[in-house]
Design a protein around this ligand. Structure first.
Ligand SMILES: Cc1ncc(COP(=O)(O)O)c(C=O)c1O
Length: 432
């Protein structure tokens, strides 16, 4: 793979020719919206793997053939269907297979994990989180502390960077944890912020939380299948995610959770229990007396939503075939290429209607594949509308940001080139 980028279209063609993952593009279905469109919205909803339909038909056929017996006799028996996710999810999260489980949905999993890992005691009742958390996470945190009778404004510390228009630094986060060490019970961040695309230093945040005697948990909605994760080695206590973004599981697909072995192997770890988390040897004795399975599986509550897992299965097969190191390498190259082109082409050589600023941190390990661009003009959404009209499916986040995610498994360098070329006709890059 070439390392020094050039601004010619021919160079983007060359990059595609050298792309070790190029063949995976044909494994996905691309929406056309009635005309040829470049899809850069994998951060919101990943594309459908072609295999999904076939796998879905298998389940529908097995259901009609076997009905209840499908739990044992289906092509992929439903009783154990969820277990096939342990291996690939462990690869993507840097975990042991027994530390991960596909279950529920993201915000539901947040509530389940908070029930286990928010254990206010004495003065230690506070939660440190980022101010620009996704709203669902904020609602979950607020409702959690209210359940304990606390005032969210007094108990939840929402951290903002000291300097306006900058990103939260690891130092600022760790200093805040240290400063509140006598009162903090839980530190909860995103792996990658949904708005800015900033990837947080989860190892450092976890270490600081533990030094302060608090648990550390992460929302990996924008991180899983996007950035390198080493949850076990980082000693993260818990994490949750959805599977409909970079994991291409389909709208509302089953979510997932990580519970560190330290807690997963401890049967006394508090939890909200249900029969699917119960010891599988005695699950069907249908008796009282909850005996948790060891590991993250012991945090399941309900039987597996098979139809909601099929898309994830199809996609994870592709992830495993492609191999995480190759995906991770292409993500960095594509991101670097897009950045290079924006800097090289969005210059002030003639009058342009919009000025843009990159708000995603660009140093290694501080971002995933998504780049967020702030548009300075009041009618900034018009830039988004122009790009959409030209066939680029991006997304607009109020009040002023366009998010663009070239996804290694299905996007091409030529798409990145065409996008930046179009962007450069309308926008000039400015520092602030
Ligand atoms: C960071 C983040 N957290 C939480 C959610 C909510 O997810 P769900 O509706 O699956 O609970 C989303 C959805 O996009 C998200 O991006």
């Amino acid at each position: 793979m070439s390392t020094k980028f050039l601004i010619t279209r021919a160079f983007s063609v060359q990059l595609d020719k050298e792309d070790a993952l190029a063949s995976f593009r044909k494994e996905f279905l691309f929406p056309t919206f009635g005309k040829r469109t470049t899809y850069f919205c994998g951060h919101s909803l990943g594309l459908q793997p072609k295999k999904t339909k076939e796998l879905m038909l298998t389940e529908l056929n097995d259901w009609s053939t076997w009905a209840v017996e499908g739990h044992w006799k289906a092509t992929n028996p439903w009783l154990t269907y969820h277990q096939s996710f342990a291996k690939p999810l462990s690869v993507l999260t840097g975990a042991y297979p027994d530390e991960v489980v596909a279950m529920n949905s993201l915000t539901a999993n947040l509530h389940f994990m908070f029930a286990s890992f928010y254990r206010p005691a004495g003065k230690k009742i506070k939660i440190i989180t980022e101010a620009w958390n996704f709203p669902s996470d904020r609602y979950a945190l607020e409702s959690l502390v209210k359940l304990y009778g606390y005032d969210p404004k007094k108990v939840i510390i929402e951290l903002k960077p000291a300097k306006k228009n900058t990103q939260l630094s690891t130092e600022e986060i760790c200093a805040c944890i240290e400063k509140n060490k006598s009162t903090v019970a839980l530190v909860f961040f995103n792996g990658v912020n949904y708005y800015s695309g900033q990837a947080f230093d989860m190892a450092a945040i976890t270490q600081a939380a533990h030094l302060a005697g608090a648990f550390a948990g992460f929302d990996l909605a924008h991180a899983i299948g996007n950035i390198n994760l080493h949850l076990h080695d980082w000693k993260v206590d818990f994490a949750v995610w959805c599977s409909y973004k970079y994991l291409n599981g389909g709208p509302g697909a089953v979510g997932g959770a990580f519970v560190h072995q330290q807690h997963g192997h401890d049967k006394t770890t508090p939890r909200m229990a249900g029969w699917w988390g119960h010891d599988q040897n005695t699950r069907f004795n249908l008796e009282g007396g909850f005996k948790p399975l060891s590991g993250a599986a012991g945090f399941q509550v309900s039987n597996a939503p098979i139809m909601n897992m099929v898309g994830l299965k199809a996609s994870l097969d592709l992830f495993m075939e492609a191999g995480w190191p190759a995906i991770s390498k292409k993500r960095n190259t594509m991101f670097g290429y897009m950045l290079f082109l924006i800097k090289a082409l969005c210059t002030n050589d003639h009058k342009k209607q919009f000025s843009i600023q990159i708000i995603t941190p660009t140093l290694a390990n501080t971002h995933g594949c998504m780049l967020s661009i702030r548009v300075h003009q009041q009618k900034g959404k018009e830039l988004f509308d122009v790009l959409l009209k030209k066939g680029f499916m991006l997304d607009w986040r109020e009040p002023d940001v366009i998010r663009i995610a070239p996804v290694p498994l299905y996007n091409t360098y030529q798409e990145v080139y065409s996008f930046v070329l179009e962007l450069s006709k309308h926008a000039v890059l400015v520092e602030k």
